[in-house]
Design a protein around this ligand. Structure first.
Ligand code: IPD
Ligand code: CA
Ligand code: CA
Length: 257
């Protein structure tokens, strides 16, 4: 029931985002010149919030652009209405709508709509992860120097880098390649789909993590903090991987704990 509605909602919000792409839209700054919000981020959030309020009026909502309701409910919908806003605003077709659903603190379902590739990645707790009808499973590489990893950088990197650049330099020397796509939820999905061996980032938010974490875990991967400990959606420093490469990656992160 929740999954059906989640997928329907994912399509609906994806259409809003797709229709706004490369149109003349209003863009504002949040915390600095790098941290943007567009009218489409807000429109997508409004469509998502209206849908949840109509279908599940008692459920809680936590969304990036400020919606925060019914937080004492057993259910919490954690929403990034447009993940990859910088890409979106600059015409690069890599962005997503990411929606996770939690029940009593546990993520029970998640969907990431990779809008311009028209692919919806989703998972329900205990039943696997899928892209459409295709079951997802993480890759099997365990050798760091054969690996391709992905990362992202916080908007406050100039003032509060959290060693993001130092860690990046270490990995780029020790792996086959590093990619930076600009949409954390898609980074998680590509780990789930065996494209990337691991994804790390030093300052994520709950809406970046919620759906993607479940999708990686249900595809057989592992999501921890930089100590290798279990995470929740409020953990900032996240490592998601195929599991086999988790230890070698954690080893590189050790000096930056
Ligand atoms: C950002 C993207 C980016 C990541 C940032 C996020 P937004 O989300 O996911 O890849 O590096 O940490 O804040 O602002 O585009 O929703
Ligand atoms: Ca985001
Ligand atoms: Ca966003």
């Amino acid at each position: 029931m929740v999954l059906d509605k989640l997928l329907e909602l994912s399509v609906l919000a994806g259409e809003v985002v797709r229709n706004g792409f490369r149109k003349k839209i209003n863009i504002q700054y949040k915390t600095n010149d790098s941290n943007l919000v567009t009218e489409i981020d807000k429109k997508s959030e409004q469509v998502i919030v209206d849908y949840i309020s109509k279908n599940f009026p008692s459920h809680g909502i936590l969304a990036e652009e400020g919606s925060d309701f019914n937080r004492s409910s057993d259910y919490l919908w954690v929403i990034d209405p447009l993940d990859g806003t910088t890409n979106f605003a600059h015409g690069l077709p890599i962005f997503a709508v990411s929606i996770g659903v939690m029940k009593n603190g546990e993520i029970i379902a998640g969907a990431v709509n990779d809008v311009m590739r028209d692919k919806i990645y989703f998972a329900e707790k205990g039943t696997g992860a899928f892209e459409g009808e295709r079951r997802l499973s993480v890759g099997s590489n365990e050798i760091l120097k054969h690996s391709v990893l992905v990362t992202g950088f916080p908007y406050d990197i100039a003032n509060n880098p959290g060693n993001a650049l130092e860690i990046f330099v270490e990995f780029i020397k020790k792996t086959r390649a590093i990619r930076r796509l600009g949409a954390a939820s898609i980074d998680f999905c590509y780990v789930a789909d065996g494209v990337f061996d691991a994804f790390w980032e030093v300052h994520l938010s709950p809406w970046d993590i919620c759906a993607g974490k479940l999708i990686v875990e249900e595809a057989g991967g592992v999501v921890t903090d930089f100590h290798g400990k279990p995470t929740d959606i409020f953990t900032k420093r996240i490592l998601a991987s195929n599991g086999k490469i988790q230890e070698p990656v954690l080893e590189v992160l050790k000096p930056y704990l």
